[in-house]
Write a protein that binds this ligand. Structure first.
Ligand code: CU
Length: 476
């Protein structure tokens, strides 16, 4: 993967900077009031070796408070939902001990990372109850970005994520091209509960289970870092960097803050070449975005981060409340006087486009409800064979009237076009939402790491059913 992290020499204020009174500080200090939004704790590193992070992640069944005041039987990583955040630097060696204290098999998939396939946490390497798996790999240079981890056992991923197993993984750059500013992590998830507090998962074969299979399971309770409607404070004029992870099984978030333009600066595989001013951002299941939120409101006011209606459904199973916006986070302006916004580099991180002249194979993936190219997952079958070191185009055709987010393990790709409309600039992704009846093409280079890699729909109920295939990357 060729990613160059360049020093951003050309500085350009994307924000109109008002005349600064002399009393203003040079850059925005953090907002002064305490947020109720709490980031999960960082996993403690017990290695003393340089550039090495060694951590232990233990999955257990436990009774925890998911909704305030109610105890629920859940699955937890290190005692909590979401799990602790794994924070590392590009180039680090990562040693992760995963202990499975669940009553069933599990795996942990490091979603989006480029690593040897044996370390991918795919269903090929299940961890039996009571067993421990040890992962040991090096993060490539240039891989700084926001990732996440979650279970990936065959047919059980949806259940284990619904029970509470997911967490964030942040890979920091050696030299981050964005100026220092207040940073927030927002892990979005949803769930639903019975009156006694238990996580509601319908009986197999029930009407509700069939609707969950079509739509992917959605919950009516929306969480951010496991909290309901937490508050984030911002100072007028301040710019904050938000890393957002969609850890939901199926829900697509169409994020907006009324009256605020957002600066979209990053996707699954890290920062963009340049900032993209937008009014809203669509984040499908398992995607991540980095956004700069600019405090353009007045001191003392408040506004909500919302998810706006997004019609990803077939009409027959569309939830009745699909067209209602939902609030996720309260953004509250402190009473402090405005500060001058930080300047955002015009060039953030130059990304070289993968070379389409090197493409040797174009693969077509046809998506239907539960199937890829008409087949469901068979662990004993290899569906596609690619040659190590080659570049390919994948053409993902969604033949049905429902969106499917397509995820490829192990290799980040660059979307070329969506329904024939070229992408405005190259960026790194590992998941792309393919809207109903649309076609998305991406280019991918299989640099190093031969092995068997999954590709699948990231609506977890579809993945469980078998909307997944195996790509074997072989040495020439
Ligand atoms: Cu799907």
């Amino acid at each position: 993967m060729v990613i160059r992290v360049a020093l951003a020499l050309a500085l350009f204020a994307l924000v109109p900077v008002p005349e600064a009174p002399s009393a203003w500080p040079a850059s925005a200090p953090p907002a002064s009031a305490a947020d109720s939004l709490v980031a999960p704790p960082i996993l403690p590193n017990r290695s003393r070796e340089p550039r090495t992070v060694e951590v232990t992640l233990t999955a257990t069944a436990s009774t925890v408070e998911l909704v305030p005041g109610v105890r629920s039987d859940a699955f937890v990583y290190n005692g909590r939902v979401p799990g602790p955040t794994l924070e590392v630097r590009e180039g680090d060696r990562l040693i992760i001990h995963v202990r499975n204290e669940l009553p069933e098999e599990t795996t942990v998939h490091w979603h989006g990372l480029h690593l040897p396939w044996q370390a991918d946490g795919s269903p090929f390497y299940p961890i039996a109850p009571g067993e421990q798996a040890d992962f040991d790999f090096v993060l490539p240079e240039g891989s700084a970005g926001t990732y996440w981890y979650h279970p990936h056992p065959h047919h059980r991923t949806a259940f284990q994520v619904a029970k509470g197993l997911y967490g964030a993984l942040i890979v920091r750059a050696a030299h981050d091209p964005l100026p220092a500013m207040t940073e927030k992590l927002l892990i979005l998830s949803d769930n639903r509960f019975l009156p006694d507090g238990s996580i509601q998962i319908p009986d197999a074969g029930s009407l509700e289970a069939r609707i969950d299979f079509e739509n992917g399971r959605e919950g009516d309770v929306l969480f951010v870092n496991g909290q309901v409607m937490p508050t984030v404070h911002i100072r007028s004029g301040e710019v904050q960097r938000w890393r957002i992870v969609n850890a939901s099984a199926a829900r697509v978030y169409r994020l907006a803050i009324p009256g605020h333009e957002l600066l979209h600066v990053g996707s699954d595989g890290g920062l963009f070449g340049q900032a993209l001013p937008v009014d809203e951002i669509v984040v499908s299941a398992s995607e991540r975005v980095e956004v700069l939120v600019r405090g353009t409101g007045d001191p003392g006011t408040r506004v909500a981060l919302q998810t706006l209606p997004y019609d990803r459904y077939i009409p027959q199973t569309r939830p009745p409340d699909w067209d209602e916006p939902r609030d996720l986070v309260t953004l509250e302006y402190t009473g402090d006087p405005a500060v001058r916004p930080v300047e955002i580099p015009k060039v953030i991180r130059p990304i070289e486009p993968l070379d389409s002249d090197e493409v040797t194979v174009t693969r077509v993936m046809s998506l239907t409800q539960g199937f890829i190219n008409g087949r469901t997952m068979d662990m004993g079958r290899v569906d596609e064979v690619a040659t190590l070191g080659t570049t390919e185009i994948w053409q993902i055709e969604n033949l049905v009237g429902m969106d499917h987010p397509f995820h490829l393990h192990g290799f980040s790709f660059q979307v070329i076009d969506r329904n024939g409309v070229p992408e405005p600039f190259p960026k790194w992704e590992d998941t792309v939402n393919v809207p109903k009846h649309e076609t998305v093409r991406f280019i991918v280079k299989f640099e190093d790491y031969p092995g068997k890699w999954m590709y699948h729909c990231h609506i977890l109920d579809h993945e469980n059913f078998g909307m997944m295939g195996v790509l074997e990357v072989r040495k020439p």
